[in-house]
Write a protein that binds this ligand. Structure first.
Ligand code: 4AD
Ligand code: MG
Length: 481
């Protein structure tokens, strides 16, 4: 007999029908009541065993974590909180689970513990909900761009360039380190390497995306990117997914409009398509917050926070304006920032970003026009300001609880200015001649941005550690599986 998804049965009203379900045992009570989950929903179906007529050895094998198939009649349930249950007529154990060894017992486990058994944490409701929301968000991203005629462009994972010019790359090589061939002057001889030159895992698909946008108009990439930055924080991964749209003939303002529209669209999509999962995550968060002192609890629950974000225009201001606000602020009654704002030109720390979004504006903020010295080589240089300071047409979107969610800019489309900036910042122009060709042949204003996908998932799920929103996190000293 074909099996039915539990999700499709929980609200069924056709009592008496014969059904088969397959899933994993969550709990087994009184030798009689099995709660079964098959991953299709956060809810379990209850299967009631006629224990007097069931082999004792079989009953012993119904343990938390075991996989089984049960068939029987769907009947109205008298139990609380469930409409239906299955009166078991036949039961087959598909896979045993030794109760002495299975680490997931029917109780609440800490996220830290679950991170240590990341290969099994999919079986919990929390991770079921998180990865369903992650799935809905990625689908929504493709739908958003498809509806607007953007072309999904697959950019390479292995590249010969450093798109951010920050030197945070993982090298890719087939050279054997012990016998690494050397040139006469002692340098590594890459002519023996697979590609005949140094290569690395991509830090961003932007540069290739620009090539495509300067022909197809509007494109986006959505794929894994890699950063060998040694940041052991709750917001950084060595392997993360990034959404990078790139649009010909867009200026900074258009870029901001698109980013805001995209974020609101995908958040709304998640609310509409994952109501049960988000409701579950909201309750999880409320439960977790109970252990915090009253004044540290968030003012809004998860759903209210998401709706608030949809209903309010993101605050837009320049870096220079933000510095002024930060200079005049007192983050709390007595204390200053850990890194006080000393002057114009320094990069913002996450405490500053979070002050702006969480304390000052209390909503998402788009910061623009950063000092040229602290941003990447490809960002378009603005006219010097009235004090002669140089800024670029950059935009970062900061989110409550997250900090930087989006980084983007209008691109430097003027050949001479771009080459000058590359020289100044030590970016090799000879190796990136292909990139400069876009500026040689039919250059035009264009813009783009990158959304850190895991940070978006963090925001929508209310989780607080980035390791808990990607199935297989890669962080310093951690590359399990
Ligand atoms: O600001 P970033 O470095 O910008 C770029 O890579 C541009 N090439 C994007 C573009 O304009 N096409 O990264 C963009 C976003 C950040 O705002 C952040 O959300 C996320 O990517 N991000 C990370 N997420 C997790 N772990 C890391 N190590 C991240 N580094 C950046
Ligand atoms: Mg950035």
């Amino acid at each position: 007999m074909k099996h039915t998804r539990i999700k499709d049965l929980l609200n069924a009203t056709e009592y008496g029908q014969q059904v088969t379900v397959k899933g994993w045992v969550k709990t087994f009570r009184n030798n009689q009541f099995i709660a079964i989950n098959d991953g299709s929903t956060l809810g379990n179906i209850q299967a009631v065993v006629d224990f007097a007529n069931t082999n004792e050895n079989l009953l012993k094998r119904i343990t938390t974590g075991a996989a089984l198939a049960v068939s029987g009649r769907l009947v109205e349930s008298l139990g609380k909180g469930q409409r239906v249950e299955i009166k078991v007529e036949s039961l087959e154990i598909l896979g045993d689970s030794d109760p002495e060894k299975f680490p997931l017992q029917p109780k609440k486990h800490s996220l830290e513990f679950l991170r240590e058994i990341a290969h099994l944490r999919f079986r919990t409701n929390t991770f079921n909900a998180v990865f369903k929301v992650r799935n809905a968000l990625s689908f929504a991203i493709h739908q958003f761009f498809f509806e607007r005629g953007f072309v999904y462009m697959h950019t390479p994972i292995i590249t010969g360039s450093d798109a951010e010019g920050a030197g945070e790359m993982f090298k890719v090589t087939t050279l054997d380190f012990d016998g690494t061939p050397r040139t006469p002057d002692g340098a590594v001889d890459y002519s023996e390497d697979f590609f005949g030159k140094p290569t690395n895992l991509t830090v961003s698909g932007q540069l290739e995306g620009e090539l495509a946008a300067m022909a197809l108009g509007n494109i986006y990439t959505f794929g894994p990117t890699f950063r060998a930055e040694n940041s052991n924080t709750t917001r950084h991964l060595a392997e993360f997914w990034m959404i990078e749209p790139e649009m010909a003939f867009y200026e900074l303002e258009d870029n901001m409009d698109l980013a805001e529209e995209l974020l609101k669209y995908v958040i709304r999509f998640a609310l509409d398509h994952c109501p049960d999962e988000i409701e579950f995550l909201k309750s999880r968060l409320l439960e977790e917050e109970k252990s915090k002192p009253q004044n540290e609890r968030s003012e809004m629950d998860l759903v209210a926070k998401l709706r608030f974000c949809l209903d309010n225009r993101f605050e837009r201001l320049t870096y220079t304006e933000a510095i002024e606000i930060l200079r005049q602020s007192k983050p709390n009654q007595k204390k200053q920032f850990k890194y006080p704002i000393t002057g114009w030109g320094t990069d913002l720390q996450s405490e500053h970003e979070r002050y702006l979004v969480e304390k000052h504006f209390k909503k998402p903020v788009i910061l623009t026009d950063y000092p040229a010295d602290i941003k990447s080589f490809y960002m378009r240089l603005n006219e010097p300001d009235d004090q002669g300071r140089l800024t670029v047409a950059a935009m970062d979107i900061l989110f409550p609880g997250i900090g930087e969610l989006v980084g983007g800019s209008q691109r430097e489309e003027r050949y001479d200015k771009l080459v000058e900036r590359m020289h100044e910042m030590g970016v090799p122009t000879d190796e990136m001649d292909w990139f400069l060709d876009t500026r040689r042949f039919g250059t035009a204003p264009h813009s783009g941005f990158g959304v850190g996908f895991e940070r978006l998932v963090l925001f929508v799920t209310g989780m607080t550690n980035i390791r808990d929103v990607i199935p297989f996190p890669r962080t310093p000293n951690n590359a399990e599986f």
